[in-house]
Write a protein that binds this ligand. Sequence first.
Ligand code: SAH
Length: 214
Amino acid sequence: MSDDAERKMQFLYALRSKGVTDHAVLSAMEKIDRGPFIRGYFTDRAYDDMPLPISCGQTISQPSVVGLMTQALDVSSRDKVLEVGTGSGYQAAILSCLARRVYTVDRHMRLVREARAVFDQLGLTNITAFTADGSFGLPDQAPFDRILVTAAAEDPPGPLLAQLKIGGIMVVPVGQSDTVQSLIRVTRLETGYEYDELRPVRFVPLVEGLGKDS
Ligand code: SAH
């Protein structure tokens, strides 16, 4: 077996052992290489199950966390999905294999530009990336079947709750602490919202306004 094939097998094994068991999620993560989303020094760590630094002082999430969040979002092929926090674009690329349409926003224009270049390179044509403050969602594209927030909020942002379809699901890390937050799944019912606490996670904070480069 080639080194690449062996690394990929170990990568998938690590995902399964951390609880990523959904076949569609695993095959999306098998298909989308994490390498192109990481630049420079850390490219040879792409298959390690660890977060890594990217531009603008941000991080690409740990693959098993990407898998668990995607699994919790329960995406179907008819869904229109919003991701808040494009970062490297890796999570959006995984979502694009499962959903009909993916919108992703980041407050840093540079990250959006770099992520778009990778989407083009990989031929992922059902993703649109915008530079915006994602706490306000994307009113022009709303409502969404699914919303995934990949930065930690003190509370699930009101505009995002409002842009969720009835029956829709949002997954968001919530908490006041910089070091550990709780991953929450919010389901919009006809009568209100249902909240489930899933697991502790660690994300960079959701920050107001656009980045200085934008
Ligand atoms: N999902 C990414 C990792 C996200 S890191 C990946 O797959 O690589 C969190 C990202 O959230 C950072 O890029 C940060 O710039 C962005 N972010 C923080 N606050 C934001 C806001 N208010 N609106 C949009 N993006 C935001």
